[in-house]
Every structure is written in C-alpha cells, then in structure tokens.
Design a protein around this ligand. Structure first.
Ligand code: GLU
Length: 473
C-alpha cells in the first residue's frame, strides 16, 4: 500500500499555525513512508474563498518546504464529478430528494426540542414516493443507516464509536445543486486514494458521517488521525488575539522556516526529550502514535529560542547574508556601501534572535545613525571621557592594518594610558560610533562599519560633549 496523505485547507484566510502543523504531520507521514502528499483546495464556499488566500497558502507551504506531489486540486473544478456521485447515490437508493421548506425544518427542530430530543431532521422524505410539493427546489440528503454503530480507530483519540441513530440524514447537495463539505471530502479522499486523513479534531464529528457515505459508495475508510487543537497561554483556542498566527507573518518577522517547522513538530508530538529536529530527523522519527492526546499550548518564547538556535548554528551564513541583504535593501540601505554581509552575519548570528533583529542591528554598519539614544548619550558622553575619546579618535585615524584585533588593542592601550577600565572607555566609544548602547565588541563594531563612519561618530560625540559642557557652564 502506498501511503497517501493530503492537506485540504479551505482558502478563507492565511495559513495559520494550526493548519501548518496539520500539513506538516501529513507531509511527514508521506515522506517517511516514501508515499505521496496531496494538496487540495477546498474552495466550495465561494463567498468566503479567495484567490489571495490560495496564494498565501501556497506561499506559506513553499516557505516551509512542504512540497506536494499531487495537486493543487480545486474542489470548484470537480463539480462534474460530485454531480455524478450524487446521481449514483440517488440511483442506488443511498440518497433522496428532500422537499422540506425552511419553515418546516424550523418546526421540526422546535418540536424535537420541546420533546427533549436532539434537534435533527426526522427523515420525512426518506421513503417518499408521492407527488413532490410544487415550487420547492429540493436538497439531496444522504440516507444514513438508522441502526447500528459507526466505529473507527483514531490514531490519536483511540476507539471512537457513534450510534447511527444520532446522525441525521445530512444534506449532500443544496437546492442549487452545489455539494456540501462532508460529501466533497469523501469523494475526494476516495478518488485521490487517500490512505491517512490527518486533520484537526474539530472535524471528528464529521468522521462517522463521512465513513457512512464512503461505505455507501462501496469503499472502506482511510485511517484517521484527529490532531488536538493549539491553545493560547490563556487556555483558549489559539487565535489572533494571542499574537501572530499566520505562518507568513513569522516569515516577515524574521523567523527561519527550519525553526518554525521544528517548533510545530514538537507542538503536540514528542520523541523522548529531544527538542531540536532537522527536517531529515523529523521525517525519520515522526509517528502518529506519539501525538499527544491533549491540546498543546503555544509558547512564543520556545519558538524564539529555536529560532535563535537555527540562526546561530544551523543556517548557512550565505543564506542568512542573502536574506539580511534583501531586508536591508528593502529598508533603503545601500548594502554595497558597507562591509561584506557574510562578515556581518558571522558577528551577529550568535547575538540576535530573528532576521528582523539582525537586520536592525546590521544597519549601523551601512548607514550613519540619525541621532543619539538620549539616555545612552547622557550617561556615557561626559566631559571626563572627552580627552581619552579624542586620543582614541586621532589614533584610529592613522591606524594601520584594519583589523578587529588592532582596533581592540588600540582601545585597550587608551584605557591603560588614562588608567580606565576598558568598559569605561568602551561604552562611550560604542555610543559615539553607533548612537546607542548595543553592538558587538568595539573591535568588531568599528572594524565592520569602517574607519570613516567610526570617525564621523566619534566627531559627533566629541561635539556633543563640548556643546553640553558649554550649555551647563
Ligand atoms: N477544509 C477543511 C478545513 O480547512 C479540512 C477538511 C479535512 O481535512 O478533511 O478545515
């Protein structure tokens, strides 16, 4: 048997973390078994489906590297096939036309509730053979078995049993002929030879209905795996109010796809106490049986920790450099006016958590700062430091051999000359050359920004100290 899984998003918004995790689990299962992964766009809800959503779903899947072997299939392009199967079910007596008006259905519901029963369709037209009422476009309902039980072994939830008497005859085609969700999924899973259905557990109530339709079509059900949902830290279902939930938002915010994938695979699945998984590693170790039964809680700090890990250790410098270059350019920075991006990445990769942060921190090597951070300047640019800073500036100007170590040695020699601890001169120099408090070591910072930019900063700082002294005198 060839393992065939699918991801079947409804394109009514961006790809969110929950969807991406479902896609990942399905993809892993296919890859692990040398099987096939199908992408199917469930776009029958024409009012809510948009081309833009389809595109962002593709974009997110590509960014995450979740490549598909078949598809994308669009349900809206399969209408002919659905009509054919509806016809077949009608012909074989597994489905029937129902002429109930909305009003009638409302009454039915009210009557059931008044009698203390679950509100459901009472099967009025199930065995109908008379003259249909005039002026009503009928829906098509599936003849659900009246007795017996529907059973399946869910890979996460275990043994699931439902009494057929609890399921009513669901509508499979609306009065305008369009098929409904539970029906199209069944036809598609069948036609596409899907062996494993991995999806969110919000669909578990649909499963017995889908199994009954499958059986009416003479087929046996696939293996089901209903994945528990993702919660925010307040215990409620993860949503926008918890922060970013869109996959591409994480891309924009400077997360690496490896980090997000690693985070998602561990969200509700475990392998001993291992936290870091390369793509290959997760393909080898993933198993449906190790998916947690309980819902998982989203933890933004852990994702950040993983991102930092990948930025520091795993991602290639060239790849990071390209991305930082692109981001800087987008921000209007001329990257050819500064150091080699590879050198910048080498210095910053252990010090930053996201590409966005790295870009922000790289800016100082390519462009002069706009203004001093006031607090940093106030604290560090004081009259007592003017003289050592001036000497540092003058000696930097004539420094030969532009190297991190020689710049560092120069700072040390000035500290020694003025009997200062290195930090006492280092931090004012940092504020002078970067405008703020945070940068790599003085040697690395000045080396990367180049002599001219550093000298401009030192001049500005010296002027600042002088002007401030004049004002207060
Ligand atoms: N289209 C459904 C959704 O986005 C998924 C259906 C399924 O996986 O069976 O929730």
């Amino acid at each position: 048997m060839i393992v065939k899984t699918r991801f079947a998003p409804s394109p009514t918004g961006y790809l969110h973390l929950g969807g991406a995790r479902t896609a990942l689990f399905s993809w892993l299962l296919a890859r692990q078994n040398g099987g096939k992964f199908v992408l199917r766009i469930e776009d029958t809800d024409r009012d809510r489906s948009t081309r833009e959503s389809v595109d962002t779903i593709f974009q997110a899947m590509e960014w995450l590297g979740l490549d598909w072997d078949e598809g994308p299939f669009y349900q809206t392009r399969r209408m002919e096939r659905y009509r054919e199967v509806i016809r077949q079910l009608l012909d074989e007596g597994h489905a029937y036309y129902c002429y109930c008006s909305r009003k009638e259905l409302d009454h039915m519901r009210e009557a059931a509730m008044a009698a203390g029963d679950k509100p459901k369709y009472n099967g009025k037209y199930r065995e109908f053979a008379g003259e249909p009422p005039a002026g009503i476009e009928p829906v098509v309902r599936f003849k659900n078995p009246l007795q017996g039980i529907t059973v399946f072994e869910d890979q996460v939830k275990g043994h699931v049993t439902v009494n057929n008497s609890e399921l009513d005859d669901l509508i499979i085609a609306r009065s305008d002929g369009t098929p409904t969700y539970n029906f199209t999924v069944v036809v598609d899973d069948l036609d596409m030879d899907i062996t494993h259905v991995v999806r969110g557990d919000d669909h578990i109530n649909n499963t017995p209905r889908q199994i009954n339709i499958l059986q009416a079509l003479g087929s046996s059900p696939p293996i089901y795996c209903h994945v528990p949902m993702i919660l925010g830290d307040d215990g409620r279902r993860l949503s926008k109010r918890h922060g970013a939930v869109s996959v591409m938002r994480y891309a924009d915010d400077g997360y690496l796809p490896e980090a997000l994938l690693n985070y998602l695979v561990r969200l509700g699945w475990s392998y001993g106490d291992q936290e870091v998984f390369s793509r290959q590693d997760m393909i080898e170790k993933f198993s449906l049986s190790a998916i947690n039964k309980a819902a998982s809680v989203f933890n933004a700090d852990k994702l950040l920790w993983l991102n930092r890990h990948y930025m520091k250790q795993a991602a290639s410098t060239i790849n990071l450099a390209e991305q930082i270059g692109r981001r800087l350019t987008l921000g209007g920075i001329a990257v050819d006016q500064g150091p080699d991006l590879v050198d910048v990445v080498e210095v910053l990769r252990g010090r930053t958590q996201t590409l966005a942060e790295m870009t922000d921190r790289a800016r100082m090597f390519y462009a002069d700062y706009d203004a001093f951070d006031e607090k940093a300047a106030d604290k560090n640019l004081r009259p007592a430091i003017a003289r050592p800073m001036q000497v540092f500036r003058d000696r930097l100007e004539v420094l030969e051999g532009w190297q991190i170590s020689s710049i560092h040695a120069l700072a040390e020699s000035i500290a020694e000359q003025f009997e200062l601890k290195i930090g006492k001169i280092g931090q004012p120099i940092r504020v002078a050359v970067t405008g703020g408090n945070v940068s790599p070591s003085i040697g690395e910072t000045i080396y990367l920004m180049g002599k001219q930019r550093a000298l401009r900063g030192l001049n500005r700082a010296l002027k600042y100290i002088e002007e401030k002294a004049m004002k207060s005198s």
